[in-house]
Ligand binder design. Structure first.
Ligand SMILES: NC(=O)c1ccc[n+]([C@@H]2O[C@H](COP(=O)([O-])OP(=O)(O)OC[C@H]3O[C@@H](n4cnc5c(N)ncnc54)[C@H](O)[C@@H]3O)[C@@H](O)[C@H]2O)c1
Length: 367
């Protein structure tokens, strides 16, 4: 795919930035030349798996610059202050300064870590996100949230630090294992549920083509799904209102992931079960018909995503424990649980009115 075929959408936040969709890795250098006349030094932060697959292609366009690779092992545990400190040491050894530009080449872990590094290194240096997982392309690279984890909580130490651009090359998804695809699909289906009935129907119609990774259909799915996120974060960059809708399914999902100690459950599986629980709760509140709940379950299941906890765990989770774990949710306010609920398919609302017995019932529906 040539640069001419790539699409550009814009995040219209306080500092607007372009999102290039279908932009070849090789052409990033050309873009940097056109935008940043004074640029000399680039730090590419990535992991060895991604570097082996894509460093050569990215490097092709960067030959006029001095660039260094900083490698981070794979895994969520790398989003840590220790790793941030090691990156800082390595960057200084490479002669990085305030004029250096960071390229975050990878999934959400690299995007969040490298993004946070860029936000604090010498009080902030330039950042370009180059997402290589489906989740990163449709979700984490968009919207400017960057963070590392604290032993007591995920993404506790972070910032809003929008990149100068997001450079999305769809071909990087060819090498993504299906389990990782599922994590992105769960978020994409969530986007459809929140804001785009057409996208939901597209997922229903294109199941086979998506599973076979038909490039044109994949392209359309990534473009439509990222457009939902771009639309939402453009309206509410700092999560004062509508951006909270992106948490649909996550209050339930996080509680389940925590209860299972992040073992035997992927984030996508947690979100999928969370979406079903939220749909049941919406049904109990009169915001969704049972037929719509079933339609959501059918769609998630058709992509291999679980709709009940028993599909992924034999432990027999206690709904009371899961309910208690939801108390720790970052969205809660003044002791009240704040949940995002779908309203039919293609719309969602923030609800402060859910009682514990109602939430408990929703958990029981997904056990
Ligand atoms: N900042 C945000 O707004 C935001 C939103 C959602 C999620 N997140 C964060 O995103 C992270 C999860 O991101 P993720 O799901 O991308 O996981 P990830 O970054 O861990 O990547 C998953 C795995 O895929 C591998 N990989 C990456 N690209 C590949 C490719 N093209 N081909 C083959 N393998 C590849 C990686 O090496 C890794 O092992 C979490 O830390 C989460 O907190 C952030």
């Amino acid at each position: 795919m040539s640069l001419l075929e790539c699409q550009k959408i814009e995040v219209t936040a306080a500092k607007p930035y372009p999102v290039f969709l279908g932009a070849p890795l090789e052409a990033l250098g050309e873009y940097l030349h056109s935008q940043f006349k004074e640029l000399e030094h680039i730090l590419i932060i990535t992991n060895p798996v991604i570097a082996k697959l894509y460093a050569e292609r990215l490097q092709k366009g960067l030959m006029d610059y001095r660039f260094d690779f900083l490698f981070v092992p794979s895994g969520e545990s790398e989003k840590s202050l220790d790793r941030l400190s090691q990156l800082t040491t390595a960057a200084l050894r490479c002669g990085a300064d305030r004029h250096t530009l960071v390229i975050a080449l990878g999934g959400g872990v690299i995007g969040d870590l490298a993004g946070f590094f860029a936000s604090v290194f010498m009080r902030g240096i330039r950042l370009i996100q180059v997402p290589t997982t489906l989740l990163a392309q449709v979700d984490s690279s968009l919207g400017g949230k960057v963070a590392v984890n604290h032993p007591i909580g995920k993404n506790i130490i972070g910032a809003f630090y929008p990149p100068l651009a997001v450079w999305t090359d769809f071909t990087t998804l060819d090498s993504l294992p299906w389990e990782e695809v599922e994590n992105g699909l769960a978020e994409s289906i969530k986007h459809a549920l929140i804001d785009d009935l057409d996208l939901f129907e597209f997922f229903e119609r294109q199941e086979e083509s998506l599973k076979q990774r038909n490039p044109l259909i994949w392209r359309e799915m990534v473009v439509r799904s990222s457009s939902v996120k771009v639309r939402i974060v453009s309206q509410d960059e700092r999560e004062q209102g509508v951006r909270a809708l992106l948490n649909l399914g996550h209050s339930f999902g996080h509680a389940l992931e925590t209860e299972m100690n992040y073992r035997g459950v992927t984030h996508g599986q947690g979100v999928s079960i969370g979406l079903v629980a939220a749909a049941h709760l919406a049904n109990a509140k009169g915001q969704m018909t049972l037929a719509e709940v079933d339609r959501i379950k059918l769609l998630l299941n058709s992509y291999g995503l679980p709709i009940k906890i028993s599909e992924i765990s034999m432990e027999g989770q206690d709904p009371q424990v899961l309910l208690q774990l939801m108390k720790a949710d970052k969205k809660n306010h003044g002791g009240r649980k704040i949940l995002i609920l779908p309203q039919g398919i293609g719309q969602a609302v923030v609800s402060k009115e859910c009682t514990d017995p109602e939430i408990l019932d929703a958990w029981k529906q997904v056990l």
